[in-house]
Design a protein around this ligand. Structure first.
Ligand code: ZN
Length: 417
């Protein structure tokens, strides 16, 4: 059997044929070159408009890297014709295997993109002895194709989240579909301003936005405003993950201030190294930590009282009826406002101000899988951290869509990976 026979089996083109196959490269790094020619009497297709046109001239031969065979690099070699197109002028012809101007074939691009889902981009480049840039462009191609072909129908619930990106206060806004039957990243935008989220709704379209039933988000004011304007029919829920994050922040503040104060007064530093004891849920503590927490709780410290208030608030999420949850919330807020612990009072004020949205949590119970946004948040941060070369926004965007977007791929990719 010839290599040509294999190629015709895995990837056949209508207007081109495989001609000869020969060795090239060196002894240490051998490669196969497959000569491609156009079918007799075929007219070139303009790469600008996709129409057939008369040939103009021929460019020098170019090599396009194909999927390697038994670890041997494979190149398609072809001298592209130029078309004299009535609409576009003189243009290079369309080559069905080519990925724009890149020296990679589409098949190889999809191959690399699929591997880049399992390995980091750097590892993928190393494994197939190609450049980081080639992997990046391949993933970019896959993401663009996938986003163009994805089905956006039937999205009933979305979650809006933000992650810090790079050092300093740079944020990305991420919008997820969080329906019971389908969870994926839908959209990414730079920053977390009102206009960021407005861009999402513009992209998503008015019709689909009006079909949304549930929206989950943080208490971030610009988001609240935009959601009320663009999808007022949806039940807007403040999600547990983000609310509890506000508690952790407050607790951190109380503790840090108190540690400083105790040190200044020369007391034994009971609070140092206690950060995780207070932030973790009690059921996640180790035995030693449990013992240390028990000791800590004997002191009547502000940190301890703040901790107890936070733990008490966890009961809120267990309620079934919004009415009783509301009663609990009010009592908790009154008590906390009397605590004289300023960061906790701040949390209480915030919760009071968003009472209606908070109680929506109970109206939507059972309709949404809670914790989805948190799960995505963890994965998104991990992807951004793995970030070889995500110094650019484009890099981060492409990587996140590739890993979390659940994007479709063309049928033929499964032949190679
Ligand atoms: Zn044209």
């Amino acid at each position: 059997m010839q290599v040509k026979t294999i190629l015709n089996r895995v990837q056949k083109f209508k207007s081109f044929v495989y001609k000869s196959v020969r060795w090239s490269g060196s002894e240490a790094e051998p490669a196969l070159e497959v000569e491609v020619v156009e079918r007799a009497n075929s007219r070139p297709v303009c790469s600008g408009c996709g129409r057939h046109g008369p040939g103009y001239d021929r460019q020098p031969r170019r090599r396009f890297e194909f999927v390697p065979l038994w670890g041997i690099k494979v190149y398609l070699v072809y001298a592209p014709r130029r078309v004299e197109c009535p609409c576009c002028g003189v243009r290079v012809e369309q080559m069905p295997w080519a990925m724009g101007k890149r020296p990679l074939t589409k098949a190889y691009g999809w191959f690399l993109a699929e591997w880049a889902r399992r390995l980091s981009w750097k590892e993928t480049a190393e494994a197939f002895r190609t450049s980081w840039e080639s992997v990046f462009r391949s993933v970019e191609m896959a993401v663009e194709w996938g986003r163009h072909h994805q089905d956006l129908s039937g999205v009933k619930a979305i979650g809006i989240d933000e992650i810090a990106w790079k050092k300093g206060h740079k944020y990305l806004t991420l919008v997820y579909q969080i329906d019971e039957h389908r969870k994926r990243l839908l959209w990414i935008g730079k920053e977390r301003k009102a206009k960021t989220l407005l861009r999402f709704f513009r992209w998503f379209g008015a019709e689909r936005s009006h079909e949304l039933q549930y929206i989950c988000s943080d208490m971030w004011k610009p988001y609240l405003k935009v959601i009320a304007k663009k999808a007022s029919q949806a039940v807007h829920i403040l999600d547990r993950f983000h609310i509890m994050a506000h508690f952790s922040k407050a607790l951190d503040e109380v503790r840090a201030a108190e540690v400083k104060e105790l040190k200044a007064k020369g007391y034994e530093p009971v609070l140092t190294k206690s950060r995780w004891l207070l932030l973790k849920r009690p059921e996640h503590l180790t035995e030693t930590q449990e013992a240390k927490l028990a000791e800590l709780l004997q002191y009547n410290l502000r940190s301890v009282r703040a901790y107890l208030l936070k733990e008490e608030f966890q009961f809120f999420w267990g309620y079934v009826s919004p009415y009783w949850a509301g009663r609990f919330l009010d009592q908790w807020c009154t008590k906390t406002m009397r605590s004289k612990i300023e960061p906790m009072k701040k949390v209480a004020r915030m919760l009071r101000n968003h009472r209606t949205l908070l109680l929506n949590w109970f109206r939507a119970k059972g309709q949404l899988s809670s914790g989805v946004v948190e799960g995505f948040n963890t994965k998104a941060k991990l992807t951004a951290r793995k970030s070889f070369g995500f110094r650019t926004y484009r890099g981060a965007e492409i990587a996140l869509y590739h890993v979390l977007g659940d994007l479709p791929t063309p049928e033929f990719t499964h032949r190679f990976c």
